[in-house]
Design a protein around this ligand. Sequence first.
Ligand SMILES: Cc1cc2nc3c(=O)[nH]c(=O)nc-3n(C[C@H](O)[C@H](O)[C@H](O)COP(=O)(O)OP(=O)(O)OC[C@H]3O[C@@H](n4cnc5c(N)ncnc54)[C@H](O)[C@@H]3O)c2cc1C
Length: 437
Amino acid sequence: MSDRADAIVVGGGVQGLATAVQLLDNGVEDVRLLERDALCSGTSAAGAGFVGLWAMAPPYDERELAVERYGIDYYRRLQERALDIGFAQNGLLFVAADEPTWNTVEGTWRLRDHLDRVTAARPGADPEPVEVSAERVEELTGGTVLARGVHRGAFQAAAAQVFAPKVGTALATRFVEDGGKIDARRPVTRLTVEDGRVRGVETPSGRVESDTVIVVAGAWTNELLRPLGIYLPFVPLLTSRIITEPLDVPVDMPVTFLVGVSPTMPLLWLRSHEGALLWGGVYLDAPREALVDSTELPERFDEIPIDGVQQCVRIAEQVSAYVPALARYRSMKLKHGAPCYTPDHRALVGAVPGVDGLWVLAGDNEAGLTHGPGFAKALADHIVRGDSELADLAAWRVDRFDGRYRTDEEVADAVRAALTDQAEGKERPLGPPTAVR
Ligand SMILES: Cc1cc2nc3c(=O)[nH]c(=O)nc-3n(C[C@H](O)[C@H](O)[C@H](O)COP(=O)(O)OP(=O)(O)OC[C@H]3O[C@@H](n4cnc5c(N)ncnc54)[C@H](O)[C@@H]3O)c2cc1C
């Protein structure tokens, strides 16, 4: 008996689920989502849930801004549909401990340019990011960040937050309610391609046929594409989320980024999660690059070394001088994920060249919760109608690097260089990589 679908989505993380929902919204009747494990058991399980207007930092521009605004609206509507996703529009606060860091924040995040661009793009739409004093930082965070350790900050009121696991559940509910079909714990073992056209997928319990297959398999995307001789230039970099026991952290505090807290940690982030502290840091040492050029990715991230988390804990001890909750917690729940970074920090969204009917949404650059709904809409619109009023996919074209990157290590070199430039407040020209061999 033949098992057929009008479209198959491979991967049941937030971005795969969002894509599946958008296909239904576009009138595709029979959409099948295949997930190897439980839904949202990959990187989506670990997401911190910040839904920001990241387009104020290079290389993002108006195109990502449109996708980000869409994401915030989308999550608001999802919550209004009585699907609790922990949506709150508490804003986003960048905090610099000293003046040199503040100058870097201003330079890197182009606060003033952003303000001009945002106002020009949609006058009056987003409350502007405003510069705030140390005292105002303490007030906005309800005393979670004390003025005494802070130079100043920048506050963006339009930003929102969600709880990633709840987003997964809500999207799955919507998808099934609207007629979609989910096969969980059914891995795709092979993409079937004949005469340059996708024909479906193989699974241990048989083939599913379709002329449209969208691979949204996060860090594992290249594993599925490799047998077709295709390598997408992204590198999975491990990072972790920590949730403490309830500590009375004000639920209305903004998502807070402590910038430049240490030379080994450019960013420590925190927010309230139902009164507990949800936090983490961008650690640069092991195990961040443990999956680079890995021939066999682990199917789950629950056994990765916790050296990076220990580094977060050490830095947090220093920061606790002005964030007292970081000295008060006694318990930690950990989740690890592997966001996938591209050489130019932009996502990979669109048709896979050389294989008709095969599409991809990958290279999330640790922003897939924010960008997922918008990219999913733009991608589904293109698949069904050939264009999208939300966004043209040109900026995220899958083949834009023209084969310049052939290994994870080459991509990782480019990502490291971009991070160093960002830490120094330099805007990085998006030219060819330094690491082409
Ligand atoms: C600590 C941390 C903090 C973060 N914070 C934020 C944030 O604040 N804001 C933000 O926007 N983003 C954030 N992110 C990034 C965000 O979580 C990711 O961008 C997003 O979850 C990626 O979703 P995805 O669906 O692309 O990938 P995944 O969630 O990894 O989903 C891919 C799915 O594909 C499945 N799969 C793999 N291979 C197969 C196969 N062969 N067959 C079937 N299924 C398969 C996997 O099991 C997995 O479920 C954070 C990530 C981490 C780790």
